[in-house]
Design a protein around this ligand. Sequence first.
Ligand code: G16
Length: 547
Amino acid sequence: MTAPLPIKTVATKPFADQRPGTSGLRKKTRMFQQPHYLANFVQSIFASLEGFEGKALVLGGDGRFFNREAIQIILKMAAAAGFGEIIVGRGGILSTPAASAVIRHEQAFGGIVLSASHNPGGPDADFGIKYNISNGGPAPEKITEAIFAHSKVIESYRTLEGPDVNIDEIGHSWLVGTKVRVIDPVAIYRDLMASLFDFDAIKKLFASGFTMKFDAMSAVTGPYAKAILEGDLGAAPGSVLNGEPLPDFGHHHPDPNLVHARHLYDLAMSDAAPDMCAASDGDGDRNLVIGRGQFVTPSDSLAIIAANAHLAPGYRQGIAGVARSMPTSRAADRVAAKLGVGMYETPTGWKFFGNLLDAGKVTVCGEESAGAGSNHVREKDGLWAILMWLNILAARQQSVKEIVRAHWAEFGRHYYSRHDYEEVATEGANALVAGLRAKLTSLPGQSFGALKVEAADDFAYHDPIDGSMSKQQGVRVLFADGSRIVYRLSGTGTSGATLRVYIERFEPDPARHDLETQAALADLIALAEQLAGINQHTGRDKPSVIT
Ligand code: G16
């Protein structure tokens, strides 16, 4: 008689709310801590995949509260499901871009990343989980919808009996027939960065006295930044701030924007400013770049990276094309036009870039939500963007400010701002969007002061590679002078609804490149309220966050 395998089948009931959003399933941590909640979702992932038996799964997260417990639950379920190997970052740590790099490097079947990104962590904050496919990128909608469909009918899941696995030492162990390999979370990513950027030139830049403050925000990028910036590149010790990942991010909100990383902005604008301030978010995929006296908007950053990528060894041959999410400013479009390469406009969500990258249509991608990246992985990548900037600074021997100003002088400036109304009532937010949709056909041709509406629509994306269609991705109001107002509801919040209003104006005249952004956009901001009735629908008279 053979010994019975310690696999057990656990009866469960569906949870109705497991539809993945813009980037996986994000909920309050306590929701995930309920019995079966995480396991149901993980089983639904496995049920939506075919042919993974005997293959490798990458597993890691941003180290937030509940990360370690979730890793143990998933290890046992993945072994019970029949994966041949599970590759885990030591301590359960892998930044989102590092997880993508490891999936690609190890030719894994896919990966599970535990993170709620820039959302705060802790028992009363947020947790999240997403599945990435073999190209290293977020699962496309076809898979996320299959996961959701399964989560609604799930009756049981399979797991293993047994003690927890040691994930704190590099090496391997076995869970029944599944090898569990614990890897250094930094090494593969670090080698990849060294292959893309001119580390010698950046080392010389630091050796010549260039100063930098990088705030890891007590989140996952600390170990990566210390190893690369202070270790490989010789940035002065102490250049990396808050470099120890903490389960609650030190009670902070690990979002590198002008609210939660305000101290960096203030430092960059002060007399004590280093040459560059930078930050990344909870899971390491977002970036913030501020030069001495010069904030760089994520949309401008994408455009400047596209225009200068050839200065980095990994992109010496030039870029094939550029992609940006629809609400991202159109600054990059001008660069693509000048370079004579393709430009693609996708819905919000990094998952929409995957097909374009896989097909070789684009090399760099970016989003207004502090995301930039390239074909080196299939996620946005915070440290990559910062290293790209360092490479550009080293090659051009100019300051961030000089580079931004020269870019505007050449291409014109896209004044740009996003106004967020966070945690508003869902009914009001839905009514606001419905009201806008009802106006779409009557808006074109109407004038509001000097602003004449040229077109208005609800953005739909037809993926040129797989033919899939994604509808209702944001209401756009386009004006004759090239200005835009875009409205969408966030797909990453965990309570109520978050309305995002994106406002953009193009200014070709360098004599008008010094306006304060909100002032430059004032008439569009007022019109955004007038067209949508934001106050009436949300009860708010001002945004909670302006970026
Ligand atoms: C995620 C997605 C991004 C998206 C951002 C904001 O980023 O990966 O593609 O731009 O959310 O999405 P939303 O406007 O729907 O809230 P992250 O950094 O949170 O993983």
